[in-house]
Write a protein that binds this ligand. Structure first.
Ligand SMILES: [Zn+2]
Length: 279
């Protein structure tokens, strides 16, 4: 069965049709390693497309990937709420709040601008673009590589610098690039180009600053913020029950694997709950 049509938030016009997840899909996509979730997310979205559509979610923006995943999740379940707990800064107690994921779609944003912004810093010229699926997959690989080294080691620091450089590299296209190369090869060339630039001409530093500003202007889809490489969904405000008028904006940590289909067998849940009680 097909779900209600999804409209890409990047342009507000491209229509995408997804199938409702089945038991077979749950078998295929449950137990995904969270460290490989960007790759799995590409496979999942492509797998769920209804027949005959020419889309590859590898090329979708990070925002459309998250939003489409949540779209399928919300439309294919009866229970759309998650219990969120947070440490209240007003009374120092922990509060539990049910968050209705369907309600997040009331704040959906369609991009009101082109996804390309020209820049020119000396002879460093090109356009700023949003991060897309192939970039997220590469950044995930680089993050895993970094995390395979002990924190504070030289290797960890070097890989962390790579993540920084590649985040910028995937956020731009430079003038005169060879378009027959893959997105990853082009990113490699951009990193080389950045590294050899004279420090004093400040073109790279200026580009980093501009990418930050433009990236936030290009934001679309469900309201979210990207912090330390992780995504937080912006949800409702919650008023502290112990302090009148003291409200906290709730930010729900987002992991793609949490919204892929799973069987949720009754017996398994009971066993988990039992284990919890016995703990
Ligand atoms: Zn409180």
């Amino acid at each position: 069965m097909k779900l209600q049509t999804y409209t890409k938030c990047e342009d507000g016009s491209t229509k995408v049709s997804f199938n409702e997840p089945t038991v077979a899909d749950a078998f295929q996509f449950e137990d995904i390693n969270p460290k490989l979730e960007q790759k799995a997310l590409t496979e999942y979205l492509n797998h769920m497309l209804s027949d005959g559509q020419d889309h590859d979610s590898k090329n979708w923006t990070v925002y459309d990937r998250i939003t489409a995943l949540m779209w399928i999740y919300v439309l294919s379940r009866d229970d759309r709420s998650v219990l969120m707990t947070y440490q209240c800064k007003y009374c120092n107690e922990e509060h539990g709040v049910p968050v209705d994921l369907a309600s997040l779609f009331k704040s959906l944003v369609y991009a009101g601008r082109e996804m390309k912004e020209p820049f020119e810093f000396g002879n460093l010229k090109g356009v700023i673009v949003p991060l897309r699926g192939y970039a997220m997959e590469r950044l995930e690989q680089l993050t895993n590589l970094r995390d395979s080294h002990p924190i504070n080691s030289k290797a960890y620091k070097a890989r962390n610098d790579d993540i920084y450089l590649y985040r910028i590299a995937y956020s731009v296209e430079l003038d005169g690039e060879d378009e027959s190369l893959s997105p990853d090869e082009r990113a490699d060339q951009r990193v080389e180009e950045f590294l050899k630039r004279p420090l004093k001409d400040k073109s790279f530093q200026s580009l980093v600053a501009k990418v930050r500003i433009v990236a936030s202007e290009m934001r679309h889809g469900l309201p979210c913020v990207i912090r330390d490489g992780g995504v937080l969904l912006v949800t409702q405000e919650h008023e502290c029950p112990n302090t009148e008028g003291a409200k906290t904006r709730l930010m729900l940590p987002f992991q793609a694997v949490d919204y892929m289909p799973s069987l949720q067998l009754e017996g398994q849940e009971t066993a988990d709950q039992l284990a919890f009680i016995l703990d």
